[in-house]
Design a protein around this ligand. Structure first.
Ligand SMILES: Nc1ncnc2c1ncn2[C@@H]1O[C@H](COP(=O)(O)OP(=O)(O)OP(=O)(O)O)[C@@H](O)[C@H]1O
Ligand SMILES: [Mg+2]
Length: 263
């Protein structure tokens, strides 16, 4: 499988704190990769580097073979890499449909002036089509005109993923898509991820290990800014270094570890 995304020696320092430390990672086309690790291990910062929210202190990044180290976030989106956020990031004061259309407009190259943005955008057939497709995919079509503030947190999460999908990503980075959701909402998001995974490449940061172990092809474990272990999810979860870095942390899914240990 061809490589779609690569990080080479990627680091991020915040003053004296090294949040991401010389990380090398390669993501192959079509794979579903999971990134796990204790709180504060650098997972979100790594996504912030990949998506261009922070410049790296050192290292380089490549998307489809092209260097993107200094490319602004919107250009990375236009090249097919889209992300979601740890805390759901949608506009509460707008309707579901407006949230979708707004993102479509923002990332269209030709809408470079305010006039074009406001007067041409709502008539753009391609945007409308992409938004409708995404709305159906995430199962929110009956909520198109609902004010987003009235949605449950789980539906807001689906909307956020829908917004990402409406941008036709080739590579989707999801930062803790299951966090804060009820069991029913977790099932809805997982069903969605299982449905879309054949059409794109996914990288998922998640703490709920037992929920993603059957979704991901590969697990990468971060600890103190480093990737300490990667590979087959079942092997990674039994790795002594992984168990050690989680030892005593309450976010570890004890059930899964016990299950693995007794297997
Ligand atoms: N903008 C920032 N300025 C200063 N320090 C930061 C900043 N962002 C993150 N950090 C620090 O970098 C380290 C890694 O944080 P990060 O959010 O990447 O961890 P994480 O693995 O995503 O944790 P969690 O699982 O809790 O979401 C932490 O010590 C955090 O306090
Ligand atoms: Mg995080």
């Amino acid at each position: 499988m061809p490589e779609i995304l690569a990080a080479e020696g990627l680091s991020k320092h915040f003053g004296g704190l090294i949040a991401v430390n010389k990380v090398n990672l390669s993501i192959k086309k079509g794979e579903v990769a999971g990134i796990i690790g204790p709180n504060g291990s650098g997972k979100t910062t790594f996504f912030n580097l990949l998506s261009g929210f922070f410049p790296p202190t050192e290292g380089r990044m490549f998307l489809f073979g092209e260097e993107i180290t200094h490319m602004p976030p919107y250009q990375r989106v236009m090249k097919g890499m889209v992300r979601t956020f740890q805390l759901v990031s949608v506009f509460n004061s707008m309707s579901v449909w407006e949230n979708l259309v707004l993102s479509g407009i923002r990332f269209k190259e030709r809408y470079t002036s305010a006039r074009k943005f406001f007067f041409l955008s709502t008539k753009d057939d391609e945007i409308q089509e992409n938004c409708l497709k995404a709305l159906r995919l995430v199962g929110l079509e009956s909520h198109a005109s609902t004010l987003t503030s009235e949605l449950s947190y789980g539906s807001k999460r689906l909307l956020e993923i829908g917004i990402a999908l409406s941008l036709n990503p080739k590579l989707l980075l999801l930062d803790e898509p299951l966090s804060g959701l009820s069991d029913v909402e977790i099932s809805e998001v997982l069903n969605l991820l299982h449905r879309i995974k054949s059409d794109l490449t996914l990288v998922i940061i998640e703490h709920k290990l037992s929920k993603i172990v059957n979704l991901v092809d590969r697990l990468c474990v971060m600890n103190e800014g480093h990737i300490i272990c990667e590979g087959n999810p079942n092997h990674v979860l039994c790795d002594p270094s992984v168990r050690e870095c989680y030892w005593g942390k309450e976010e570890i899914d004890q059930g899964l570890l016990q299950e693995k240990a007794s297997a």
